[in-house]
Ligand binder design. Structure first.
Ligand code: UN1
Length: 509
């Protein structure tokens, strides 16, 4: 595995390969650090209020042009963007690793997720179907049309710095909308790179209006301008529940739409008939992968008492031996760093809190701090809890897995649902009754419910999102595209009479 002299050099070379002009990452007051080492890798310029204003104005103009381009032609842009992403997969994946700290396989996996949603959206560009509806009146036809909506604001988080943009953007573009993107201030470089790939695709396709895609680097004030601008009819925001509490009501206030992807607190139930080898692998990936920094990460585990001791011992073996560290400097690493020192502090405080409440903590300590004093690598933590209390009810963006024993399936199911969040969930069982119950109306109350796989690592083909404090939004596959369009119901009278609906009589002559 090659390690450049410094990550800054590596970043410079990658951005150069990707075609990002040097001045976009070598000047500006915002310092970009890599969580792999804590070192400064670039400087970028924040967008000012005037830049945001300009982006929205241009997006509005671009919308007027783009909405009239036939949808399959709009799909052509997304098809070429998918090709650019395929070409850039290795470089962009490595940049994700450097900027967000993911292991290379997950960094490239994120780019693959972008490619997948582009393919999905290209097909969709010929399938933006509306219904034909039987009219109750003679010689009338009713139909439903889906029209472009307008500029879409997209606010994304550091943990999926580029894939979440693509879930929104690929759909928005084929649906006829421009996109204004505020990436996490912790991961601006990958966003700048994606914007360059978009610009290249647009140039190849030709006649793509200026301002169809813009990136605005900055703090929350940039996002707030998008949230409050009446020219932006939809904002899709990924982040904490606290962020959603701020964004949701402000959008509702001006009757704009929102797609909210907020905190998750995902659980799995391991039943007596579970395949424990399979469950062990699935649990390990879901709880330790991405250093527990996915919104779909597994955070709570309910294990039946007949298999509890065996599974916990096996999990402890995994937790004790899993390779943690800088994934660019060591082979075989499965857990990279936390994003920053604040995340580390929060994790340690939560572990202390759990301990005070009777939790037995295994792991959780900092590692490699001698090698990287400014980076935050931790051993993932397994916490045996006496009850579902305290931090178990909250989302902590760190590799902490709370474990509890159960003996009655219905009690486990009730505990499973008894948290404020409702993103993803899973069951490990070979008993068809348990599996079907878990997936049924009286089972998991989450937006995603899986059987014999973990709660994370969803494919783009399904609608992604969750209930309760997770915010209710849906992105990516299935019919999530409808949120990016305006539905028109039209009734056409092709007769000579004017029968009124509901048999109402209104004879004026
Ligand atoms: C997120 O963590 O915000 O299902 C998104 C998954 C990924 C997406 C996670 N496909 O884990």
């Amino acid at each position: 595995m090659t390690v450049a002299t410094t990550l800054a050099t590596d970043v410079r070379d990658l951005l150069h390969d990707l075609g990002v002009p040097r001045d976009r990452f070598s000047q500006g007051s915002r310092v970009v650090r890599s969580p792999l080492t804590g070192e400064i890798v670039a400087h970028v310029q924040d967008a000012g209020r005037a830049d945001v204003e300009k982006a929205v104005t241009q997006a509005k103009t671009a919308f007027l042009e783009w909405r009239s381009v036939p949808a399959p032609k709009r799909g052509e842009l997304v098809r070429v963007l998918g090709e650019e992403l395929r070409r850039a997969k290795t470089s962009l994946g490595r940049l994700v690793t450097i900027e967000a700290g993911k292991i290379p396989s997950e960094g490239e996996g994120e780019v693959q997720e972008m490619i997948d949603i582009c393919d999905f959206a290209v097909g969709l560009s010929r399938q933006l179907y509306g219904l034909t509806i039987a009219s109750e009146r003679p010689n009338h036809r009713m139909m439903e049309q889906w029209h472009p909506l307008g500029p879409v604001g997209v606010i994304t988080s550091f943990n999926f710095p580029v894939a979440v943009w693509s879930w929104n953007a690929a759909l928005a573009f084929v649906c006829g909308n421009p996109v204004i993107w505020k990436p996490s201030e912790k991961t601006p470089l990958t966003a700048l790179a994606v914007q360059v790939l978009f610009e290249r695709a647009a140039a190849k396709v030709g006649r793509v209006p200026h301002g169809l895609s813009t990136v605005l680097i900055g703090d929350r004030d940039v996002g707030e301008v998008l949230v409050d601008d009446p020219r932006v009819p939809l904002v899709s925001a990924t982040g904490s529940t606290a962020m959603g509490r701020m964004v949701g009501p402000r959008l509702a206030q001006r009757f704009a739409r929102s797609i909210l992807e907020l905190g998750g607190n995902n659980a799995s139930i391991v039943c007596p008939s579970a395949d424990l080898d399979l469950a062990l692998r699935a649990i390990s990936f879901a709880a330790i992968g991405t250093a527990g920094q996915r919104c779909t990460s597994l955070r709570r585990l309910f294990i039946h008492d007949t298999v509890y001791d065996e599974l916990v011992v096996r999990l402890q073996q995994v937790y004790g031996s899993v390779r943690i560290g800088n994934p660019l400097a060591n082979d075989g690493v499965l857990a990279g760093p936390l994003i920053d020192g604040d995340a580390f502090e929060r994790m340690q405080n939560v572990l202390l809190e759990a301990q005070k409440l009777g939790g037995e903590v295994y792991g959780g300590e900092r590692v490699d701090d001698d090698k990287y004093p400014s980076a935050y690598y931790v051993r993932p933590a397994l916490v045996e809890m006496p009850a579902q209390i305290g931090p178990m009810l909250r989302e902590t963006f760190a590799p902490i897995l709370y474990v509890m024993k159960y003996s009655d399936f219905d009690v486990a199911l009730a505990l499973h649902n008894d948290v404020p969040q409702g993103l993803s969930s899973s069951i490990f069982s070979n008993d068809v009754r348990e599996v079907e119950k878990f997936l049924s109306v009286s089972g998991s109350d989450c937006g995603i419910a899986n059987a014999n796989i973990g709660p994370s690592g969803a494919e783009i083909g399904g609608a992604f999102g969750g209930e309760k404090e997770t915010g209710g939004g849906r992105e990516a596959g299935s019919d999530a595209w409808k949120a990016y369009m305006r539905r028109v119901t039209s009734t056409i009278n092709f007769g000579h009479e004017l029968p009124l609906a509901q048999g109402v009589r209104f004879d004026v002559g």
